[in-house]
Design a protein around this ligand. Structure first.
Ligand SMILES: [Zn+2]
Length: 214
């Protein structure tokens, strides 16, 4: 499912039109038993989906079903997409193929390591790839490395404060780490300590921005 910021005003108005019966949902999951993430209970009802968003879940059926694919879910149990909070998506696969594989068994939110993109691409290319993942039917988030997996030559130049900060400013970069060189931090490396503070500062900012949005 998409990120809230991806829905433009026009789309949000269409979502309301679906509720009001002016447009039909794209997909209707009929007579489903689903796990309600708010109530934390199994509920019986119908789920209306319009394009990439759940518009409604509850006892009411839509009046307008002109262009709606109806799926009988009477014998099915439906849960929200699972979250995998720690992915290294560059082993025998790439972030796209990993997400495709995971989504087949219900994991649709992934928090990924950015190491390969940090090392291999210039920022512009890496960021345009990250942006392209926003069009996939999964939610992709990232953590930003402060160091490499094993010691490298010129490590301070590659993981410069400027480069790390540019990554941390993105909405889909939600963590700092993972910290392989934590012994350096313990031994008094102030650069790493500064990055940790920087991450905290930026995340605080984004949290505040979110609370204003609600
Ligand atoms: Zn790891």
């Amino acid at each position: 499912m998409g990120h809230p910021s991806q829905w433009k005003n026009k789309q949000i108005r269409e979502h309301i039109d679906v509720i009001e019966g002016k447009i039909s949902p794209t997909v209707l999951l009929k007579d489903a038993t689903y796990l309600h993430s708010g109530f934390k209970k199994w509920i019986k009802g119908h789920i209306w989906i319009y394009e990439d968003r759940i518009i409604y879940a509850g006892p009411t059926l839509p009046e307008n079903t002109e262009e709606c694919e109806m799926i009988d879910c009477e014998k099915l149990t439906i849960v929200p997409g699972y979250i995998e909070p720690h992915v290294h998506p560059f082993q025998l696969y790439n972030p796209h193929s990993f997400a495709q594989y995971a989504s087949k068994t219900g994991t649709t939110t992934l928090i990924n390591d950015n190491l390969m993109f940090f090392l291999l691409n210039n920022k512009k290319k890496a960021f345009s790839l990250l942006d392209s993942y926003k069009h996939l039917p999964v939610s992709m988030f990232w953590w930003c490395r402060f160091d490499s997996q094993s010691e490298m030559e010129n490590e301070e130049k590659i993981f410069s404060l400027e480069a790390v900060k540019t990554w941390l400013k993105r909405d889909d970069v939600i963590q700092g780490g993972e910290l392989t060189s934590w012994p350096r931090l313990v031994q008094g490396d102030d650069m790493i300590l500064q990055w940790i503070q920087e991450t905290k500062k930026l995340r605080e900012k984004s949290r505040r921005a979110f609370s204003r949005c609600i």
